[in-house]
Design a protein around this ligand. Structure first.
Ligand SMILES: Cc1cc2nc3c(=O)[nH]c(=O)nc-3n(C[C@H](O)[C@H](O)[C@H](O)COP(=O)(O)OP(=O)(O)OC[C@H]3O[C@@H](n4cnc5c(N)ncnc54)[C@H](O)[C@@H]3O)c2cc1C
Length: 386
């Protein structure tokens, strides 16, 4: 373990390997993905073949059996180049796959986790609905038992990969008579099923390359064996999944914050005004200091949450802190980096405007800033028995 970076020798080697892979396979095509000239999934599949969609999952399920900490390293490297690309990747290999890994039967993992971890199939997570955002317990999508199957009816919106996914992890109400927390069930739905419909695809401010859509499920029949976790145990599945998701979203934003800082460093070392490099003005160089400080802190929080999850510890507070801190700091750093670049930063000739657009999502998706603050204070009061 090196004290300086809090990474083991193996993690440092792995990080370098990923960085080289990203340089070779993503950097040359990132702008094409941004502009919609190239499908992100044409490139994500290569990442799957190389094992970069399954850092945490064992080899029998298509992964490399390393741990969530390694997924954090992969995520930061990719997001330092293109966050929209990574949002599509993560929606499949974490948002969909991680709950399948944690709660799936051996048969479910072989059938659904393995092809997703290898990049051969695309997964999506379906929690959000037209009337259900932050209040997950208000889920309205219904699943009713019929012989050995369930019939699902409802709508899901803002679903990343939804328009192109093979599998949807779909949260439903199976017992409307009890509180949602006791009456929700998670299903793995194959999107080729009759009655599954892509209603629309959203035009987003940022995160280009990811397809985010609204879906309808009209009498979609799903076999009982596709229940993930226990019948009426869906709320536990959704909550456990969110801890891993939030840790990875934090890592995504560390990548964006790093890229923004690096742009600001290089530009301020090159741009001359008043016959001096602008980095010589404290007004500029102190912004770099703040960016570096925020990134370092966000990274350590992210590493901590990932290590807790790898150790099998409950990381609800820690993952929420990491996600909220990293996301807010990434927005601040992207904003300040744009300021360092001045006018050119506001144009599409430089990627900083993209960093800002991409980062802006992250106090909304995966739990809004307000909900995360609520969750963190709740956990803190619990620690004091209050
Ligand atoms: C690009 C994108 C991709 C997404 N991908 C997915 C996906 O793959 N799968 C998925 O299931 N969902 C996805 N989402 C949905 C995302 O998780 C939700 O947008 C988010 O949870 C917030 O829900 P909402 O948009 O309905 O906002 P609402 O819950 O309606 O909230 C609106 C505002 O009210 C605030 N608010 C709500 N309740 C409270 C409260 N109790 N206290 C204080 N403030 C409150 C919120 O913080 C927010 O500011 C995605 C969203 C986007 C934009």
């Amino acid at each position: 373990m090196t004290i300086l970076s809090f990474l083991t020798e193996d993690e440092i080697k792995f990080q370098q390997k990923v960085r080289d892979f990203v340089q070779r396979n993503l950097v040359p095509v990132a702008e094409d993905i941004e502009q919609g000239k190239l499908e992100a999934w044409d490139v994500i599949r290569k990442f799957g073949k190389a094992g970069y969609l399954g850092s945490r999952y064992p080899s029998e399920y298509g992964g490399i059996g390393k741990g969530l900490m390694y997924e954090v390293l992969v995520t930061e490297e990719i997001c330092a180049v293109h966050a929209g690309f990574d949002m599509a990747r993560v929606a499949s290999c974490i948002l969909f796959a991680h709950p399948v890994f944690e709660f799936g039967t051996v048969a479910q993992k072989k059938k659904y986790l393995k092809p997703v971890a290898k990049g051969e199939r695309i997964g999506a997570l379906g929690i959000t609905e037209p009337n259900v955002g932050s209040d997950v317990a208000g889920t309205e999508t219904r699943a009713e038992k019929q012989d050995d199957s369930y019939i699902i009816n409802g709508e899901k919106r803002f679903i990343t990969n939804g328009p192109i996914a093979d599998y949807l992890l779909c949260y439903t109400v199976t017992d409307p008579k009890v509180k949602a927390k006791q009456g929700m069930t998670a299903f793995i739905v194959e999107t080729k099923s009759k009655g599954f419909e892509v209603v629309e695809e959203y035009d987003l401010l940022g995160m280009h390359g990811a397809h985010v859509g609204r879906l309808a499920l009209n009498d979609v029949e799903v076999p009982e064996e596709n229940i993930l976790g226990e019948h009426n145990g869906g709320f536990r599945v959704v909550m456990a999944g969110l801890d891993a998701e939030r840790t990875i979203l934090a890592a995504e934003m560390n990548g964006v914050a790093r890229a923004a800082m690096e742009e600001a460093i290089h530009y301020s070392n090159f741009r001359v005004q008043f016959r001096r490099k602008i980095r010589e003005f404290e007004g500029i160089s102190f912004k770099i200091a703040d960016m570096a400080m925020k990134l370092e802190a966000a990274r350590l929080l992210t590493f901590k949450a990932a290590r807790m999850i790898d150790a099998g510890q409950r990381a609800t507070k820690d993952a929420a802190i990491a996600k909220l801190y990293a996301c807010e700091k990434a927005i601040e750093s992207a904003t300040e980096a744009l300021q360092v670049l001045g006018g050119i930063g506001y144009t599409k000739q430089k990627p900083v405007e993209r960093f800002l657009r991409d980062a802006r999502l992250m106090t909304i998706g995966g739990g809004t800033a307000e909900i995360l603050r609520y969750l963190i204070q709740r956990e803190v009061f619990k620690e004091y028995d209050l």
